[in-house]
Design a binder for this molecule. Sequence first.
Ligand SMILES: *[C@@H]1O[C@H](CO)[C@@H](O)[C@H](O)[C@H]1NC(C)=O
Ligand SMILES: *[C@@H]1O[C@H](CO)[C@@H](O)[C@H](O)[C@H]1NC(C)=O
Ligand SMILES: *[C@@H]1O[C@H](CO)[C@@H](O)[C@H](O)[C@H]1NC(C)=O
Ligand SMILES: *[C@@H]1O[C@H](CO)[C@@H](O)[C@H](O)[C@H]1NC(C)=O
Ligand SMILES: CC(=O)N[C@H]1CO[C@H](CO)[C@@H](O)[C@@H]1O
Length: 335
Amino acid sequence: MRPTFFLAATAASLALAAPAAKQERAASQFKFFGINESGPEFGETNLPGTLGTDYVWPNLTTIGTFVQQGMNTFRVNFLMERLTENSMNATLNAAYLSDLKNTVNNITAQGAYAMIVPHNYGRFYSNIITDVSGFQTWWQQLATQFASNEKVIFDVNNEFHDMEQSLVVQLNQAGINGIRAAGATSQYITVEGNAYTGAWSWVSSGNGATMGNLTDPKGLLIYQMHQYLDSDSSGTSATCVSSTIGAERLQVATQWLKTNSKKGIIGEYAGGDNDVCKTAVKGMLNHMTENSDVWMGAIWWAAGPWWGDSYIFNLEPKDGICFNSYMTELKQFSA
Ligand SMILES: *[C@@H]1O[C@H](CO)[C@@H](O)[C@H](O)[C@H]1NC(C)=O
Ligand SMILES: *[C@@H]1O[C@H](CO)[C@@H](O)[C@H](O)[C@H]1NC(C)=O
Ligand SMILES: *[C@@H]1O[C@H](CO)[C@@H](O)[C@H](O)[C@H]1NC(C)=O
Ligand SMILES: *[C@@H]1O[C@H](CO)[C@@H](O)[C@H](O)[C@H]1NC(C)=O
Ligand SMILES: CC(=O)N[C@H]1CO[C@H](CO)[C@@H](O)[C@@H]1O
């Protein structure tokens, strides 16, 4: 365990050094580069749960620190059940919505993008969502709240898995339709695939054969994939398979994006605090900037006030294991 005073001092000096570092960094091809913000989706076994006990909103001062470091995209994770209790077409919960809007508006007022994502795995109260039109209504209701904020990015749902492939496609299309019907017509939308939207398995899982048919009248669709570098790509180990695994695991997805003339983003990735992972992460990001005709950005998993000292991918400035070890490297890729 690292002494806290050391982390605090380093965070402060990094913040002060930010303007100079910004000039030194290599020009990046990324449009979006940032961090997942966790907290509002915590305590998912206690619904709706209590703010401050079961869940927490991101620390906006911390987001300011990341913006100074060159990060321009924050993926704000939240739960559908806390917005619409019991039914997908329920009235939006005023307190949760207000906190979500406050978070989003603060991020976008800082000039960054706020990607909002129901962290629901295609489920509502643990049941696979089969009410496709209800899901469209749900998105239309929420997107109305953000229709005029051009720096919002809509992420239809986090990591569908173990579902009918055709249902995953239908739900994504319903999400797109609901968002556009809300009058949110200028924003990017990211769709996610089945099988936890893994980049490494994008084609073998069946996503590749079906997801390409999604349509957006505004042409602002981005395919969001996730990629961890541990043995089973689950993001549960700080050990990476090899120092080249990052670029290797994206090869097939890169080719799919090119063949189908689509854009992609890696919405979750991380590596443990060790040299093999650091090289693998850099290799992955380099592969993406070399293929910036299809890859638009990358978002680290994760920051958030409640991850704690021991979380292997914690990028929170105060106590995050990865803040000191990765921030300098990541800054080179900032958008
Ligand atoms: C947010 O972070 C700042 C600086 O890292 C800290 O001073 C502040 O106490 C935090 N706020 C909350 C509510 O935890
Ligand atoms: C809300 O959805 C339920 C099904 O989940 C449906 O029975 C009900 O009619 C809907 N209510 C409105 C106002 O749309
Ligand atoms: C964001 O919130 C922080 C913490 O409340 C505040 O200090 C800052 O001024 C806000 N920034 C903007 C752009 O609203
Ligand atoms: C579109 O759907 C058809 C069948 O419904 C399928 O054969 C085709 O491969 C799909 N194309 C893409 C790019 O997903
Ligand atoms: C890879 C990883 O850390 N996944 C975690 C993401 O966050 C949710 C809750 O927000 C956890 O349940 C996952 O384990």
